[in-house]
Design a binder for this molecule. Structure first.
Ligand SMILES: [Zn+2]
Length: 494
């Protein structure tokens, strides 16, 4: 009941299709009378081997070592956000002196070499004070601080409830400075200003870690200057640890259109998306070696600057059963390796074809209902008394001949014909290099080129080709790599 592919077959080829998701157009020049530099330091830079500092591919900026130490030691991403500029010399509005300065989404860092080696070597700009401007604030009547409410004689303001909790637990004075207003309503939000920050209360996110959010004051500052901001893009593996025979994905998210190129195990793989959300499929062979595989994601923004994310996929072992099969006399000839190779040569190009868009939505359905799994995905196999020389690259579902077979997901029929080993066979293209295949059918109810929907009947269960009883052999392949179909049923990918 099956077709064979030798264990040694290296079906690693994924056809390289890299899409550009949106028209690349030069960023609109946002000239401002006060813009001081021809090339604002917001322009992303590429990753450079051996360069000093910490590289953030999310925005394409380097953070110098001294700044990175402060960033990672005082709250990191939630407190400060990603860097929006390179470090550059700028006059501080606080004291009028020029410092090495870097803007982050929520903060401005200044480097004070005169305090080198002390906790004050890096100081945060007073973005809260600068945003509030000269508005005079009424001081509150002094009171003795309690667990619920703290009074600060330095500024004559107090801090209470959720804002107090957030301030105390996320860096306090060093990161946010003193309160310079009370809580009040501004633009429909409850807010409070601090020297270096502005807190916003978001009741719609109550109970999550985002209930208190920091205004993106660094970002606002650069927008006010009219400097073009870098796209903020993230790239990650989901999952980052995957078993042999299963599928991982690369997900790219961006706030502005970008194009993404994904290199996996040495080959570029297909990427689909609209520029702000991109997806690539990473199949892991059931016979893959365990360990780490490099995944390199290059994200290019509208200005043409490429940022490189170096990710690592960890492959762990799965357990596959070993099966021995007697083959009936009348089908012995189908075990001929030449025949197997000829038929693989025929179907392989269909699997290798990449339609550069995603045609499926949500989880797959099992193509027949009420069937028994007669052979698991990935089972190691021996025929007659021979050695284990193949693996089962599908799931076999045993059920009565004539049972309707449904398409597991939406797609386009690319092959619908009778083959010798596979019997009556249908292959459906779901886009992005993903295909599903249905073998040994008694009849085929679709034709090549048909568009099919999830759950649409495409044929009936049979016992044609190399098969020892009525069953459906159901394959999921990404490129030519077979992966476990049940993962696609049990979870939507992505
Ligand atoms: Zn099978």
């Amino acid at each position: 009941m099956k077709d064979r592919h030798r264990l040694t077959k290296t079906c690693l080829l994924i056809v390289c299709v890299v899409m550009l998701f949106s028209a690349i157009s030069p960023a609109a020049p946002l000239a401002s009378a006060s813009a001081p530099a021809a090339t604002p330091p917001t322009a992303s830079v590429p990753l450079q081997a051996g360069a000093a500092g910490h590289y953030f591919p999310e925005t394409g900026h380097y953070v110098p070592t001294a700044f990175y130490g402060f960033w990672s030691g005082h709250g990191g991403l939630p407190a400060f956000g990603y860097p929006l500029t390179e470090a550059f010399e700028e006059k501080s509005p606080t004291d009028g002196k020029t410092y090495l300065t870097q803007y982050f989404e929520r903060a401005r860092f200044e480097h004070h070499p005169e305090f080198a080696g002390t906790p004050y070597e890096v100081e945060l700009g007073h973005l809260g004070s600068e945003k509030l401007g000269g508005q005079s604030q009424t001081r509150v009547t002094p009171f003795a601080s309690s667990a619920q409410s703290a009074y600060f004689p330095e500024t004559g303001h107090s801090l209470a409830n959720g804002f107090k909790y957030f301030w105390e637990n996320n860096g306090g004075l060093t990161v946010f400075g003193y309160p310079i207003t009370q809580e009040f309503r501004e633009n429909g939000l409850t807010v409070q200003y601090f020297e270096r920050a502005r807190f916003e209360y978001h009741p719609e996110l109550k109970g999550t870690r985002y209930e208190v959010l920091l205004t993106l004051l660094g970002r606002e500052k650069l927008e006010d200057r009219g400097w073009p901001l870098p796209a903020v893009a993230t790239a990650g593996l989901s999952p980052a640890v995957v078993s042999q025979g299963r599928t991982s994905t690369v997900l790219v998210r961006s706030d502005k259109p970008v194009s993404a190129q994904v290199n996996y195990a040495g080959s570029n793989v297909a990427v689909a998306g609209d520029g702000t959300s991109c997806l690539a499929l990473l199949p892991v062979e059931s016979y893959a070696g365990t360990g780490r595989r490099a995944v390199t994601v290059v994200v290019t923004d509208e200005l043409g600057t490429a940022r490189t994310f170096n990710l690592q996929l960890t492959v762990v072992a799965a357990q596959f059963p070993i099966q021995r099969f007697p083959v009936p006399d009348d089908r012995q000839s189908l075990l001929d390796p030449t025949l197997d190779q000829q038929e693989w040569d025929l179907v392989q190009p269909f699997y290798a074809e990449v339609t550069p868009s995603k045609l499926w939505q949500g989880p797959f359905v099992v193509p027949v209902t009420g069937a028994e799994v007669s052979t698991e995905f990935g089972s190691r196999r021996a025929y007659n008394d021979g050695p284990v020389n193949s693996y089962h690259d599908a799931i076999d579902l045993a059920i009565d001949e004539g049972t309707p077979v449904q398409s597991d997901a939406a797609g386009r029929v690319v092959l619908a014909r009778r083959l010798q080993v596979r019997g009556n066979c249908v292959i459906i293209d779901h886009g992005l290099g993903l295909h599903t295949a249905y073998f040994h059918l008694s009849s085929i109810d679709v034709k090549e080129g048909d568009i099919v929907q999830k759950g649409q009947v495409i044929g009936k269960v049979g016992n044609t080709g190399l098969s020892t009883g009525p069953h459906l052999h159901w394959e999921v392949r990404i490129g030519t790599v077979a992966v476990d179909p049940m993962q696609w049923v049990n979870q939507p990918i992505p």
